[in-house]
Design a protein around this ligand. Structure first.
Ligand SMILES: NC(=O)c1ccc[n+]([C@@H]2O[C@H](COP(=O)([O-])OP(=O)(O)OC[C@H]3O[C@@H](n4cnc5c(N)ncnc54)[C@H](OP(=O)(O)O)[C@@H]3O)[C@@H](O)[C@H]2O)c1
Length: 264
């Protein structure tokens, strides 16, 4: 039997979040899903509005769900977006927004629901980080750093949750074919050949990635196991060879591989 009955999936309107929501519905889970507009969620998902860039929106959502879904037992912190920009030109407000959307917002949602899960002695928290937290993407410094921080946050929570009955999953997708690439914010910067090459390589990796349903199958398996841990999901190169390389190769070699991977 599937271990969770009622879930919140942030960013459930498209991409990975939509596939997660659909997979959970297929497991018979009651799913609350967020989008910024409140529209375009899969049929059967209970719609909510959330803009992670606004702490007030995060607080309002948590308050609403505490009232309307007191039995919630699965939080999937999925929503997110990237900014592609050389660090020298990174707008200060884009930096702040990346921390808020990718780290502070998801951590606030954990803060809102984890205490009740721990008290009840059951529940699952999934934080969708990224393989970019292990293998940083050039010109996505804030994104890569925020995802690494989110993974570390999840790993800390795993230690605290040990023995409590709550499972914490640090979910690290590799490149997937979603709308992520098109939604990428790209502040105007001076033309630069390395930047153009890296952007084209990143786009190629996203577009050629597996479909979101692949990640959903991997996540359902992880939730069903009721165990905490880091789960890497993606194509064979990223999900199998990547973690092996991170463990075995010196950092200087990893950087050399990344330079080739991004055509720098
Ligand atoms: N695709 C990949 O290769 C990849 C790899 C590693 C990690 N990830 C992570 O996976 C997660 C899902 O990304 P995706 O690939 O499915 O991208 P996507 O297709 O662009 O979907 C992003 C989702 O996040 C929501 N979102 C974006 N900014 C938001 C904000 N400020 N407040 C609330 N919701 C917001 C969007 O909701 P709206 O409907 O409101 O726009 C949308 O549902 C993200 O955390 C991303 O960093 C993706």
């Amino acid at each position: 039997m599937f271990p969770c009955k009622e879930a919140l999936v942030t960013g459930a309107g498209r991409g990975l979040g939509r596939a997660f929501a659909e997979a959970l519905l297929a497991e018979g889970v009651t799913v609350w899903g967020t989008s910024r507009s409140g529209n375009a969620l899969p049929a059967g998902v209970r719609p909510l509005r959330l803009d992670l860039a606004s702490p007030a929106s995060v607080a309002a959502l948590a308050e609403q769900l505490r009232r309307e879904a007191p039995a919630l037992d699965l939080l999937v912190n999925n929503a997110g977006a990237g900014v592609f920009c050389p660090f020298a030109h990174f707008p200060e407000e884009s930096l702040d927004a990346q921390w808020q959307v990718l780290l502070a917002g998801p951590v606030s949602l954990c803060r809102a629901f984890y205490p009740a899960f721990a008290e009840r002695g059951r529940g699952t928290i999934v934080n969708v980080a990224s393989l970019a937290g292990v293998f940083p993407i050039p010109f996505m410094s804030a994104y890569s750093a925020a995802k690494a921080a989110l993974s570390t946050f999840s790993k800390t929570l795993m230690l605290e949750a040990d023995g409590s009955g709550v499972a914490v999953v640090d979910f690290q997708p590799g490149d997937y074919a979603t709308g992520f690439n098109d939604a990428m914010a790209e502040p105007p910067v001076p033309d630069d050949a390395r930047l153009r090459r890296a952007r084209a390589a990143a786009e190629r990796h996203f577009v050629n990635g597996p479909l979101p349903q692949h990640a959903a199958r991997r996540l359902m398996r992880a939730i069903r196991s009721e165990r905490s841990g880091t789960v890497v999901s993606g194509n064979f190169f990223e999900a199998t060879l990547g973690p092996l390389a991170a463990r075995l190769l010196p950092q200087a070699v990893v950087r050399r591989i990344l330079r080739i991977f991004y055509n720098l």
